[in-house]
Design a protein around this ligand. Structure first.
Ligand code: F6P
Length: 549
């Protein structure tokens, strides 16, 4: 990237214009919001509160062109093996393309449609009570076991769309290998009316498999006959052999494909909990929103392409302004889990330091993604956002309408939105020492007292944020929003020249953990490479776990 002429132009541009604050830009550019915002698929992206101008965007677009973003996008949609280290395609877009999409290989379309048909039948049966447990009673609770990409998306979507299509069915999630989560999920449940979904693309992920085995033991202990387990366990996976070995009938397995990365899998059968909770119609509405954003991404010119612009603003903040973190602040309580989903999406995809050819990069890639729902976050870490020495970028996500069921809560909605707008305004505008002093004196403080307090009340401002506005939180707009971020990540990966679709960084820890389990139970001794820290901690854990005093 840094060898490209567009990059050199961007550096020169920053050297010339970097002194201009957003505050002065807003004062000088009455049309700034119109120039630096756009709408697509019902979403509005306002990126005017960033330290850039239209001239900056033009240079960033040039960078995208020089880095072959369009060709990379087309290769992704064409099913090319763009995940080079695993020799796989990244074809999650085919999951929601619909049976008539001519750009998808007919065999793939067929396979996807078959799974959707099976999901439709299965979710209807469970929801209408015709899928019976071993003693003939209907299922009342679904416990979904999966981790990482097989958990974060469906868990977040079930929360977000919990107002839609609910029957009496309770859907719960278990990811952590810490038994507290599984025990809490099954507490008080009747095994005869409980259905477990074991979701693991590989069906080898240690945490998921241990939780699944414990769930099976719990069922058997609660009186479910072994021969009837098939009424209580279904799987979502690529690995039919392992599913069968675990004891789940392959007829109860919803297939996945190696061309769907975990963090991109919500539109596959990994989304089964959403179909069960809210109905297949809602799940297909999520597809429709995702499909609309896919189409926009494929067809809109780069300068009017929302994922491209969101990605470019990110590149500017990370690589030119050296802002290494992006806080996600959804101002909707039901989107509280969105920061976690986007954290995996961005950090597992682009948390890399070599390019596709394996050469070390001289620049940073994925930012640290963190955050929580507003307005709660304002009372936790927004102090740091406003006044720490280190600027962070923020994506505010706001929803214009409250749900019809909450019409009486209009006052809450107004307060929520006002808070959201206030934060981005304050981060952009800042407050100078002179302004604070004047305010304090106008409030009756002596000049001396004001001098002492004023520095503490200064806001540096000029802190960048995007605001994404959704008309309402429904499946269509959620699908569009999630897909926006998926494609943003792809565009950034293309510009950085990295493979966004592998995740080797998570593998080594898994294999060390396997060895350390044996160290903890004493079945193996210390290896030559084990540090004294780890040995000391193992000894302390063994001591402490034996002394219950
Ligand atoms: O450990 C990371 C990871 O490989 C993620 O990429 C993936 O989403 C998650 O584990 C779960 O994997 P699986 O679906 O195969 O259990």
């Amino acid at each position: 990237m840094i060898d490209s002429s567009a990059w050199q132009d961007l550096l020169a541009h920053h050297a010339q214009t970097g002194h201009q604050t957003m505050r002065t830009r807003f004062a000088d550019e009455p049309e700034r919001f119109q120039a630096l915002s756009l709408q697509a698929c019902g979403l509005l992206l306002d990126y005017s509160k960033n330290c850039l101008g239209s001239d900056t965007v033009a240079l960033l677009l040039q960078l995208a062109r020089e880095r072959g973003v369009e060709a990379r996008r087309d290769a992704m949609f064409a099913g090319d093996l763009i995940n080079g280290t695993e020799q796989r395609a990244a074809l999650h877009t085919a999951l929601r393309a619909g049976e008539d999409a001519r750009w998808v290989d007919p065999e793939i379309s067929q396979a996807v449609a078959d799974v959707l048909r099976r999901m439709t039948i299965f979710s209807a049966e469970v929801r209408n009570g015709s899928w019976k447990g071993h003693d003939g009673r209907a299922i009342r609770t679904v416990v979904y076991i999966g981790i990482g990409g097989s958990d974060l998306g469906p868990r977040m979507a079930c929360d977000a769309l919990s107002g839609y299509g609910r029957t009496g069915l309770d859907v719960r999630f278990v990811a952590n290998v810490d038994a507290h989560e599984l025990l809490a999920a099954v507490e008080g449940l009747d095994a005869a009316t409980t259905l477990f979904i074991v979701a693991s693309k590989t069906f080898t992920t240690a945490e998921t498999m241990l939780n699944a085995r414990s769930a099976r033991d719990w069922c058997l202990a609660a009186g479910v006959p072994e021969a009837a387990l098939r009424r209580h366990f279904v799987a979502v996976s690529c690995n039919e052999t392992a599913v069968r070995e675990f004891g789940i009938d392959p007829l109860n397995m919803f297939p996945l494909w190696d061309w769907v990365g975990g963090r991109y899998s919500l539109c596959s059968a990994i989304g089964l909990p959403l179909a069960l909770q809210s109905g297949m119609e809602v799940f297909l509405d999520l597809h429709a929103g995702a499909r609309a954003m896919d189409q926009h991404f494929r067809e809109a010119p780069l300068q009017a392409n929302m994922p491209v612009l969101l990605a470019l603003v990110g590149i500017w903040n990370i690589n030119i302004l050296n802002i290494p973190t992006l806080s996600i602040a959804p101002y909707h309580h039901l989107l509280s889990r969105l920061p976690l989903h986007l954290q995996q999406l961005e950090m597992e995809s682009n948390g890399k330091s070599v390019n596709e050819q394996g050469q070390r990069l001289a620049y940073s890639c994925a930012p640290v993604i963190w955050g929580q729902a507003g307005s709660n976050g304002q009372h936790a870490y927004f102090q740091w956002l406003h006044q720490s020495r280190d600027p962070a970028a923020v994506d505010f996500i706001a929803v214009a309408q409250t749900s019809p069921a909450h019409a009486s809560a209009a006052g809450h909605q107004r307060a929520l939105l006002a808070n959201c707008l206030a934060q981005s305004e304050a981060l952009m505008r800042g407050k100078t020492l002179e302004e604070v002093n004047a305010e304090l004196c106008a409030g009756g403080m002596s000049a001396n007292e004001a001098d002492g307090l004023a520095p503490h009340k200064v806001f540096p401002g000029n802190r960048p944020s995007n605001t994404l506005l959704m008309p309402r939180l429904d499946a269509y707009h959620l699908g569009a929003l999630l897909t926006l971020y998926e494609h943003k990540v792809m565009v950034q990966g293309a510009i950085w020249g990295i493979n966004s679709f592998d995740q080797w960084g998570v593998e080594w820890g898994k294999s060390i953990a396997r060895t350390l389990e044996q160290r903890l139970d004493g079945t193996t001794g210390r290896s030559a490479t084990e540090s004294s820290s780890t040995s000391g901690l193992i000894a302390a854990i063994r001591d402490l776990s034996q002394s219950r005093g």
